[in-house]
Ligand binder design. Sequence first.
Ligand code: MEV
Length: 320
Amino acid sequence: MDVKPLWKRTATAPGKAILFGEHAVVFGFPAVSLAVDLPTTVTTQAYDREPCTLEGSAEAFQRIPYLRETVRCCGGRGLDVHVRSALPRASGLGSSAAVTCGLAAALLSQGSSPLDRAALAKRSFEAEFSAQGVGSPVDTSTLCAGGIVSVGGKGYGKSLWEIPATGGKGPWKVDRLPDPGWDWVVAYTGSPKATGKVVSAVGKTVATSGTAVVEKIAAITEKGIAALFKGDREEVGRLMKENHHWLGELGVSNPRLEEVAEAVREVALGVKITGAGLGGSLLALARPGEETRVARAFARQGTVPFIVKISESGVRLETN
Ligand code: MEV
């Protein structure tokens, strides 16, 4: 006979693509991040027994630090977790954060009350940081907020919440930025990259060479925020190219990313690495109505393109 769960909750989280400022945000400088409509659905059922399982396997659950740390930070036992995602794993598009935020939303849910998004963002980052050991709250806060946000820096729009300093970095202000209503093109290169390793390598580079490059990136991000407020598409595209150049100087590009970026640059207003780099994904902004042309240019380079819209909704609980 089937045992009935104590509760069952389904949460859906968007994906994310960083428009400006990845890596610099780890050092407290600002980043701009987009919640995009590539959903991950996390279904959680709680039982009065141990252990926790992922897709029915206790071993699989134990193998994923994000899941273990989310349960440690948010509380819970006897959980069966099932994940369905449109995101490729370790692609720079927020797949780990989506699972973390989706499970945290289920665990922190207070019945029919709306989710406390500030609390959810703080706990989700705590879990992600414990699992990864490095990083900023840009992924988790984007997924909790939805829309377009700035994370870090001095604050640029309507304040949403602040994430406390962690691991000697931060705190990070999280603000709502205006959405000019454009479609975006993201493309997965097919080579997964673990964010933690790349962030640690950049940390070593900055420790030996100083913060000059991350400060250049921070200046571009500030100009990018001003361009978003004006809805200046050409300027956003131009700044994306500049940001890409400095990510290369930071050591997170490689010949494959450069080859793809160069081919797409011919047809797009802007293209850049998005996320940690050294693999993962690129983000492009097309001229109005030319998203398919840009997606085709990405596909010709053997990458997997997605034309995406901004997901105005952050992680949300479905009514089961
Ligand atoms: C990863 O999506 C973005 C990085 O800036 C790392 C982080 O902020 O945690 C590379």
